[in-house]
Design a protein around this ligand. Structure first.
Ligand code: NAP
Length: 252
């Protein structure tokens, strides 16, 4: 596949980006010319991801940022500005999925954690970043197809992902006209996060069969959609949710 250079001269922050979908997004934006700022909770993971991106010729800054840590969120913004002088793109990708219980059985600390990691910290990061965003900047939230129809076992996680759809609409209005705000809703992608798939051929096959395209998604599929929304190709698109789920049912 031929990759363009839509992000030359731009600076992109991608949270939770040392593996999986976040890493794929950072790699794609970087290959298209962006300077990318990657982060996650563990220094070792940050170092390894930085090395992989540099090996592909990508300009990258790696920082430790647990999205729940206010100081680390602030550092993420401050150090990006110190090194690159601006922020063009923010991809908010971190999420937790600690529960398999039904919503009515989910304990309060788990409810709090889901709300905090999956929704609240995205808002707090944007509160820190907003004063530094300029005309033409953009935000992309990584939600989930589970936000449309919260599945059994992942129900409360799904509800937090539904909240990101609302946040996309609300912030698109609040941050207009200078900053566009959009959202990607991935289908199932075999990452560490979807570890229930690892080694379970029958679950994997049954999910593949529910898609129209007969396969799981890839991190590159999610990265391509995110790059589109973050690029000037989407300069008249804001407040939208792009479902990238192989045709899984979402909405009319
Ligand atoms: P993943 O492969 O497990 O990667 C998670 C990344 O996030 C790692 O780099 C991890 O590094 C980092 N991380 C985890 N918790 C963090 C925190 N609290 N603060 C900062 N970084 C953190 O996950 P993924 O599948 O790519 O998921 C990424 C996003 O896609 C999530 O929002 C998820 O809800 C969404 N999504 C995934 C799927 C799927 O099927 N995989 C489907 C729909 C939506 P450290 O361990 O070093 O922190």
């Amino acid at each position: 596949m031929k990759i363009g250079k839509r992000f030359e001269g731009r600076v992109a922050i991608v949270t939770a980006s040392t593996q999986g979908i976040g890493f794929g997004i950072a790699e794609r934006l970087g290959l298209e010319g962006a300077a990318v700022v990657i982060s996650s909770r563990r220094q070792k993971n940050v170092d390894e991801a930085v090395e992989k991106l540099r090996a592909r010729g990508i300009e990258v800054l790696g920082l430790v940022c647990h999205v729940s840590n206010a100081q680390q969120r602030k550092d993420l913004i401050d150090k990006t500005l110190q090194k690159y002088g601006k922020i063009d793109v923010i991809v908010s990708n971190a999420a937790a999925n600690p529960a398999v219980d039904g919503i009515l059985e989910t304990k309060e600390p788990v409810l709090d954690k889901l709300w905090e990691i999956n929704v609240k910290t995205s808002i707090l990061l944007l509160q820190d970043a907003a004063p530094h965003l300029h005309k033409g900047s953009c935000v992309v939230f990584i939600s989930s197809i589970a936000g449309y129809q919260p599945p059994q076992g992942l129900a409360m996680y799904g509800v937090t992902k539904t909240a990101l759809f609302g946040l996309t609409k609300a912030l698109a209005a609040e941050m207009a006209p200078n900053t566009r705000v959009n959202c990607v809703a991935p289908g199932t992608v075999p990452t560490h996060f979807a570890s229930f798939l690892a080694g379970n051929e029958s679950i994997r096959k049954s999910i593949e069969e529910t898609t129209l395209l007969n396969r799981l998604g890839t991190t590159q599929d999610m990265a391509a959609a995110t790059a589109y929304l973050a690029s000037d190709d989407a300069s008249y698109v804001t407040g939208e949710i792009l479902v990238v789920a192989g045709g899984l049912p979402s909405r009319l």
